[in-house]
Structure formats: structure tokens, C-alpha cells
Design a protein around this ligand. Structure first.
Ligand code: SAH
Ligand code: SF4
Ligand code: F3S
Length: 475
């Protein structure tokens, strides 16, 4: 018998991507194989995101198409995983009979068994030639596997299932306890739960034994890591210092940090540990104190800037990345201008800009969504343009310099490969040498693009033999 084939699409943040790796790992351990494409798959899974309406709309539309497909292929197994499964479980189970499984983000530990049960049920129903409606009702009602509970080690995965040989994401905590008024994540992901330091170190060691040299630690408020592990001396700073000892590890990054937890200990760790990546994702969300207060972010612009000052004193080479929401309820033109001013003042290397999207059940959803759509769009474009200037200027400043790039693979620019610097800058350079993937090479930057740089590979033999002067390499 040929192996059952699956197709998994992921939306949302890096945590979802990592969860998808876990799910794939489990399915493959059971003998299932990835299908060539979704249309050929016997099991279609969607790992979903609820953070904005747009993210959900894409999934509803996909589910509409799968409903039609299932009419032709009654044995098809359709699964909704992740944040929408948690948020909309009742609707998915009662109103979407073609959905066979609904699995929240904390219940992936036995996803393979859940999928196997759905396959068996559908096969039984197909062979007994039940009418589709009866079949779906039975499946829908009995396949609920939503679980708010968390076991730190359910996130342990087969270390070989990851997109890049030399790079890995590692989840250090799940959930979020922050009160941000607009955000659905605490509802979909539940309470903050940190994994013990030893368990994370063990996983990272296993990954490095398997060829990983760059690890990115993940948490919604990754720098609040450990605050629930009372009496265990667990913090992000402690964790970074422990992981820094792994000899094969060369780069250690972490996302996403919350401004309230940028502690002196963490600043010291960033400043002192050379393997720690030279960028910090520290979303400001807004540059207006009135909006920050309404958002319940817990800091003012002045406090945000003061924290950055401490970081810059100790680690001036660290570049800053941010997220911003434009069009929050009540955001005036002056509030928005304050955000533009903050972006210019800090000189972020990169920012994600989102138009406010009311999420049912959050505190902000009670407020009138009073910034018109066209105005949100205008603010979005203006902020992106300001950030674009800053990013381009930073890329231009790199022209002529030699940077150390971890080669990731084929680039979107023809005939080139791409990789990232320790500052997370994307660099494309011409080569056809697949052997370079996963290695660190010196590249001279020759031109700046809007979101990346072009460069030329320098004789990496020279680099490996240490003939290239370290001081010349801007890492
Ligand atoms: N935990 C991270 C990010 C969480 S979600 C943090 O606190 O920074 C990623 C980003 O989505 C957020 O930083 C925010 O900018 C944006 N976001 C969250 N909820 C949103 C909403 N309702 N509308 C628009 N953007 C939102
Ligand atoms: Fe959402 Fe705020 Fe938590 Fe980030 S810190 S996930 S924005 S509630
Ligand atoms: Fe989206 Fe859930 Fe991540 S809502 S942003 S996938 S935590």
C-alpha cells in the first residue's frame, strides 16, 4: 500500500511555523509523506492565525474551496489547526461539516493519532456509502481535540524536520500574559508557560549535534522568559549565557521582545556575548503616549527610548526592528505623526506595519473602529515609506563592506544565492555552488536594494584559512 500523503499550509507567526514542523515530524514518524501539492494530498491541514481579520479571511476562503473538493472526494481529510481552531472551534465543528479535525495550538502532541482516526473514519464512511451529510456530522462531533493545557516538552520535535540544515527555531515559552487591548494571542495561545532551562539547552545541543549553527529562540514575549519559573534562576539572560557555551553554535537570536522586559541583565548578555545576533525585535506599536496607554502596552515613548539608550550604551552595534499598528481606535493625525517621529528618531532597520483590525472578544473591539479604512491605508503607506528610506540608507551604508553571511539557499534574484548577516540583513550574491548552503562566507556588498543588498562572494578559502583579516569582516 502506498503511504498516505498530506499537505500542510501555515499562516501566522514563527511559532506557527515551528508548530508546523512539529506536526510534520509527527506525521512522518507515522509513515505519512508530503504530497507533491495540495490537490494531490489525501490529508489537507491548515495551521491558522487569528491575529488580524485578513489572516482569517484567507483560511475561510480556502475552507470554502475545500468544501467543494470534498464533494468529489469524500475520503479527503480536512484539518484546521492552530489559533483559529482555538478561537472558532464551535463554529468549525457545528457549521463546517467538511472539516474533520479542529486542533488548537497546545494539542499537537498526538496530532498523528488524531489524523489517523479521521482517515479511518472517513474510509469507513466512504466504503459504507453513507451520504456525505451524515458522515460529516459524525466526524465533526467526535474529533474535537482542542486543549488549553501545555506540557513544555510536547514541543520537542524530531531535530531533522526543519527547513534549513544549519538553522533552527526553538520555542522557549508558550502563551502570553500581557494585557494588550487589541490582541487575540493570549486567548488563542493561553497563559505564559516557560520551559525549563535544562530542557531548552538539551534541545539546542541536539540540534547543534545535527548540524545547526544558528538558533532563534521563540516566545511572544521572549525576554519575559522564565518569570513563571519561580526560584529556578531562569531568565533570557541566563539562557543566552548557557546556550553560548555550546561550541558548535555560532549565532543565537531571539524574537519577539517586549520593551517592558529589556532588563539590565539582558542588555549585559547582548553586549557581552559575541554569538548573540546583532538585532533586537522590540515592537513599539505606536509613538503616541495616548495610544500606548489605550493599547495597555505598559510603557511611554520616553520609557521606551530610555531603555534603548541603555542598550545603545552597552551594545551600539545592535540594530532595532519594530512592529507598528496604525489606525488604532481614536488614533489622531497627531498621534500618527508621533509614530512617524519615533521611527525616524530611533532609526529602525526594519518595521512591520499593520492596520488595526478589531478582534472580537478583545478590549479594543468594544471601541468604535473609527479610523476609516482609506485613512488606515494612507498611514500604513506613509509609515512604510519612512521606514523604507531608513532601511535603504542602512543598506547603502553597507556598500563596499565585507559581511559574513550564513548562506540559506537560492535567492529570488536570478542566478544568486542569499543569506543573512548577524544583523539579519539579507544579501544576494552570484554563485551556483550548492555546497555553500549552511556555511558562513564573506561577501562584499556591491549595491543596496530596498529590502536587501547585492554582493559578491570573496574567496571563501581565504576566509576559512583565516587569511581574511577578522577586523575587515562586518558581521
Ligand atoms: N508578541 C509580539 C507580537 C504579537 S502579534 C509582541 O508583543 O510584539 C504580531 C504583531 O501583530 C504585533 O506586534 C502587532 O503589531 C500586530 N497586531 C496584533 N494584534 C493586532 C490587531 N488586532 N490589529 C492589527 N495588528 C495587530
Ligand atoms: Fe499580543 Fe501584547 Fe502578548 Fe504581544 S505582548 S502577543 S501584542 S498580548
Ligand atoms: Fe497568529 Fe496565533 Fe501567531 S494568532 S500571530 S499564529 S500566535
Amino acid at each position: 500500500m502506498t503511504a498516505t500523503t498530506y499537505h500542510l499550509t501555515s499562516y501566522g507567526c514563527q511559532m506557527n511555523k515551528l508548530d508546523s514542523e512539529l506536526v510534520e515530524s509527527k506525521l512522518q514518524q507515522r509513515g505519512y509523506r508530503p504530497a507533491a501539492d495540495e490537490a494531490a494530498a489525501q490529508v489537507v491541514l491548515i495551521n491558522t492565525c487569528s491575529v488580524r481579520q485578513h489572516a482569517e479571511d484567507r483560511v475561510w476562503s480556502k475552507l470554502g474551496k475545500l468544501r467543494l473538493r470534498k464533494k468529489e472526494e469524500p475520503g479527503l481529510v480536512v484539518g484546521v489547526l492552530g489559533c483559529m481552531a482555538q478561537e472558532h472551534r464551535r463554529y468549525l465543528l457545528s457549521r463546517m461539516p467538511h472539516v474533520d479535525l479542529v486542533v488548537g495550538p497546545s494539542a499537537f502532541g498526538d496530532i498523528d493519532a488524531t489524523v489517523a482516526a479521521a482517515i479511518a473514519r472517513n474510509q469507513e464512511l466512504v466504503s459504507s456509502r453513507e451520504p456525505a451529510r451524515t458522515k460529516h456530522q459524525v466526524v465533526g462531533a467526535s474529533m474535537l481535540a482542542v486543549d488549553q493545557g501545555v506540557s513544555g516538552d510536547t514541543i520537542f520535535r524530531d531535530v531533522r524536520v526543519r527547513p534549513h540544515r544549519s538553522q533552527a527555531f526553538v520555542s522557549v515559552m508558550r502563551g502570553c500574559n500581557m494585557p494588550c487591548s487589541y490582541c487575540i494571542v493570549p486567548t488563542t495561545r493561553g497563559d505564559e508557560v516557560s520551559r525549563p532551562v535544562a530542557s531548552i539547552v538539551e534541545e539546542c545541543q541536539r540540534l547543534c549535534d545535527d548540524g545547526v549553527t544558528e538558533i532563534t529562540l521563540l516566545g511572544q514575549t521572549v525576554n519575559a522568559y522564565g518569570r513563571d519559573l519561580t526560584g529556578q534562576n531562569a531568565s533570557l539572560a541566563v539562557l543566552l549565557r548557557a546556550l553560548h557555551e555550546i561550541p558548535a553554535l555560532r549565532r543565537l537570536a531571539f524574537i519577539t521582545s517586549h520593551p517592558n522586559f529589556l532588563s539590565p541583565d539582558l542588555v549585559a548578555a547582548i553586549a557581552e556575548l559575541p554569538k548573540v545576533a546583532r538585532y533586537l525585535h522590540l515592537p513599539a506599536q505606536s509613538g503616541s503616549n495616548a495610544v500606548l496607554k489605550a493599547m495597555r502596552r505598559g510603557y511611554t515613548v520616553e520609557r521606551y527610548l530610555a531603555r534603548l539608550e541603555q542598550l545603545r550604551e552597552r551594545a551600539p552595534d545592535v540594530e532595532l526592528h519594530s512592529d507598528f499598528i496604525v489606525g488604532y481606535p481614536g488614533e489622531t493625525v497627531a498621534d500618527f505623526q508621533a509614530t512617524v517621529d519615533l521611527v525616524r528618531r530611533v532609526g529602525f532597520a526594519q518595521s512591520y506595519v499593520f492596520q488595526y483590525s478589531p478582534r472580537p472578544g478583545t478590549a479594543a473591539a468594544e471601541l468604535p473602529d473609527d479610523v476609516p479604512r482609506a485613512e488606515k491605508e494612507r498611514r500604513n503607506q506613509e509609515l512604510l515609506a519612512v521606514q523604507g528610506e531608513l532601511t535603504l540608507a542602512k543598506n547603502q551604508a553597507l556598500v563596499g563592506q565585507v559581511v559574513e553571511v550564513l548562506v540559506e539557499g537560492d535567492s529570488k534574484v536570478d542566478g544568486r544565492y542569499s543569506g543573512r548577516t548577524a544583523h539579519h540583513r539579507l544579501v544576494h550574491f552570484p554563485t551556483q555552488d550548492r555546497e555553500l548552503i549552511g556555511t558562513y562566507v564573506p561577501v562584499r556588498v556591491t549595491a543596496a536594494l530596498a529590502h536587501s543588498c547585492l554582493g559578491e562572494l570573496l574567496g571563501h578559502d581565504a576566509h576559512q584559512e583565516g587569511r581574511l583579516d577578522r577586523a575587515e569582516v562586518h558581521t
